[in-house]
Write a protein of this length. Structure first.
Length: 134
């Protein structure tokens, strides 16, 4: 009987722009994520199903986590700092990237943007009507 893969997924907390200068490498991103969780390495390794020694070497920059382990690590810490490190290293601005969205999510976002635009236009119309009356 195979075991179900249970994955700890903590809520994602943003990496503040003032901290981006710390993210000079993937290892720095791993170290940053661990520090920000305020949890022990062993606890994170257990949640991510990563060998503690492997996580320690990745944190020191002596090894790299596999793609699967890095994904599980980011879920377990709730920090995407290693991803930010790669984006910054490649010259991308993390603020301009967004997650892929489903068709429903896209439609909802577009509807909200349209409502916001319409509200702004309505506000202008109301001010103009008020000025014309006085």
């Amino acid at each position: 009987m195979s075991q179900l893969p249970l994955r700890v997924k903590r809520p994602v907390s943003p990496v503040p722009e003032q901290d981006w200068s710390e993210l000079t490498s993937e290892a720095a991103g791993v170290k940053y994520a661990i520090r920000k969780t305020e949890r022990q390495d062993k606890s994170i390794a257990l949640d991510a199903d990563i060998d503690t020694a492997t996580l320690s070497r990745a944190k020191a920059g002596q090894a790299r986590l596999s793609e699967t382990d890095l994904d599980a690590f980011m879920d377990a810490t709730g920090s995407e700092a290693p991803l930010y490190a790669w984006l910054l290293r490649r010259g991308y601005d993390p603020r301009s990237l967004r997650k892929l969205e489903s068709e429903t999510e896209r439609e909802l976002r577009q509807a909200r943007e349209e409502i916001s635009r319409m509200r702004a236009e309505r506000e202008i119309e109301l001010r103009l009507m008020k000025e014309l009356r006085s």
